[in-house]
Design a protein around this ligand. Structure first.
Ligand SMILES: C[S@@+](CC[C@H](N)C(=O)[O-])C[C@H]1O[C@@H](n2cnc3c(N)ncnc32)[C@H](O)[C@@H]1O
Length: 208
């Protein structure tokens, strides 16, 4: 086991099977990345601490009784594929929808789901075009500023649902800007991978 795998395993207390699936995902990302740029090349040597840990911390903030998780702009599968891997053993009933409009990236997501034996569906469409998802957890990493994310959540996130958005150093500006048109409750936790970042947990989203 590599040092980064060992650190991840200790931090998130996951099984050997989960580690093996994450290792297989790492290999798939490295294989596909030169052609479709799933993650920044500079982070390829750091997939466990930059991408897997970031996704796993988001998973840890979701309510345990949630039943439908949607990841918007899933890209190379962060956090959505990692959520599907972590859910496989701990929450096998969780329905997972990965929305990704780029056809090559959505093909990658489909291949990863099949090869790793995961349970998730890929929607190769623009968020603006999909039918209401009726999800109770919505995540999006590196997709858009908060006001736009709240617009995306409208019509998809249940009234009592939870949005989980990792944000960087300017998160407070994004929250202030979102307050101009939206009312919501917010909790935030320091990100374990970005010293200036936060994980935002947003509930009770309504237009004002
Ligand atoms: C910067 S990438 C982030 C990918 C992934 N969430 C991550 O953190 O590694 C943003 C992704 O969102 C997708 N995307 C952007 N706008 C979208 C839209 N309107 N509907 C669906 N996907 C979209 C892009 O194709 C891209 O893969």
């Amino acid at each position: 086991m590599s040092r980064s795998e060992a650190v991840f395993a200790e931090r998130f207390d996951v099984s050997r099977e989960t580690l093996e699936r994450l290792s297989n995902l790492e290999a798939l990302i490295k294989k596909w990345n030169p052609t479709i740029n799933l993650v920044a090349r500079s982070t390829l040597t750091d997939i466990w601490s930059r991408h897997f840990a970031d996704s796993a911390q988001i998973f840890s903030f979701a309510p345990e009784n949630s039943d439908h998780w949607a990841d918007f702009g899933a890209g190379g599968g962060f956090p959505g594929l990692v959520v599907a891997i972590l859910a496989l053993e701990t929450r096998p009933e969780l329905q997972i929808s990965l929305v990704e409009s780029d056809l090559r990236k959505s093909a990658f997501l489909g291949t990863a789901i099949r090869d790793l034996g995961l349970s998730a569906r890929v929607m190769a469409e623009r968020i603006e075009d999909i039918a209401p998802l009726d999800c109770d957890v919505l995540s999006a990493r590196a997709l858009a500023p908060l006001p736009k994310l709240l617009g995306f959540s409208e019509g998809h996130l249940r009234e009592d649902g939870v949005a989980l958005f990792p944000k960087g150093a300017r998160w407070q500006e994004e929250v202030a800007s979102a307050r101009e048109n939206w009312s919501f409750d917010i909790e935030s936790w320091p990100s374990q991978v970005d010293p200036n970042g936060k994980i935002l947990k947003i509930t009770g989203v309504r237009r004002v």
